[in-house]
Ligand binder design. Structure first.
Ligand SMILES: [Fe+2]
Length: 276
């Protein structure tokens, strides 16, 4: 498979990059902004012990903070309401403290595209990343492509940035990654799944994951983990691969800095910006 990689020369410089690659990358702790870790709410863990096992795997993957993002709307319409998610997050944090798992969970959601989203945000029906009102994780329908431009513009008008979850696993966008360019004016960001860089979702998604890095939209990496067997977190492996191909500074932007900024409600960085 042909890959086009960024040649990224900002930040630490080639000498330190080479040393980092040969020694094995040792990133700071990650923030994972997309994970289905709450028990019994969606297609994540069925119960508290499954949730605890997933959280232990997240901590072992060097993740210090995870945004719990159960599915909202779509086939989960009417379930996983915002107050229910907040309660589940508080309960899971108590469980983690008792089990001495070094992980903090904050509320969020993986929200399926829906014409009611702006209204539901105002009525506390759906959740933003970290419950901070700044970014919304937006999941497009998998079966067909529905143009989200109108919704993205409406969200931007109300001060909310859309983060399109796993565009590399959407067949229409994977075939035509350049399609996302039209969303840049709405402050849209792209969230790529860590395992996609490792080929876990097939070569179409793998190729698209790398291709999206060439677009002039902010990109960040998250696990979208659901369990410890079929959909485990693979952040550290993806980070190491990104360091190998792009260099440490770009990998840090994708896996460390942009996820932290997203959770803090700050502006995101774009790969290749000359100011970096
Ligand atoms: Fe998800």
């Amino acid at each position: 498979m042909e890959r086009r990689f960024w040649t990224f020369s900002g930040g630490d410089g080639p000498t330190r990059e080479s040393r980092r690659e040969s020694e094995g990358a040792s990133p700071e702790l990650f923030v994972d902004v997309h994970c289905h870790c709450l028990p019994g709410l969606d297609d994540g863990p069925e119960d508290q012990s499954g949730a605890l096992a997933l959280c232990e795997a997240l901590a072992a993957d060097r993740i210090a903070t995870v945004v719990a993002t159960p599915h909202q709307l779509g086939r989960y319409d009417g379930r996983c309401r915002a107050p229910q998610v907040r309660r589940a997050v508080a309960q899971l944090n108590r469980c983690l403290q008792e089990a001495h798992v070094p992980l903090t969970v904050v509320p969020g959601a993986d929200v399926r595209l829906d014409e009611r989203i702006v209204d539901l945000l105002q009525s506390d029906g759906i959740l933003t990343v970290g419950d901070n009102g700044r970014y919304l994780m937006l999941e497009l329908p998998h079966e067909i492509f529905v143009d989200p431009s109108v919704l993205m513009a409406a969200l931007a008008q109300s001060g909310v940035g859309a983060v399109v979850t796993h565009p590399e696993r959407h067949s229409f966008l994977a075939r035509d990654p350049q399609h996302v360019r039209q969303w840049a004016s709405c402050g849209v960001a792209l969230q790529i799944t860590a395992a996609s860089f490792l080929g876990e979702f097939g070569w179409h998604s793998e190729r698209a994951a790398w291709d999206f890095l060439h677009e002039r939209l902010p990109v960040l990496v998250a696990t979208d983990a659901h369990d410890t067997v079929h959909r485990p977190p693979r952040m550290t492996e993806a980070y190491n691969l990104l360091v190998h191909h792009l260099g440490g500074r770009a990998a840090d932007i994708l896996c460390v800095e942009n996820p932290r900024r997203l959770l803090a409600g700050q502006d995101l960085l774009r790969l290749g910006d000359e100011a970096l």
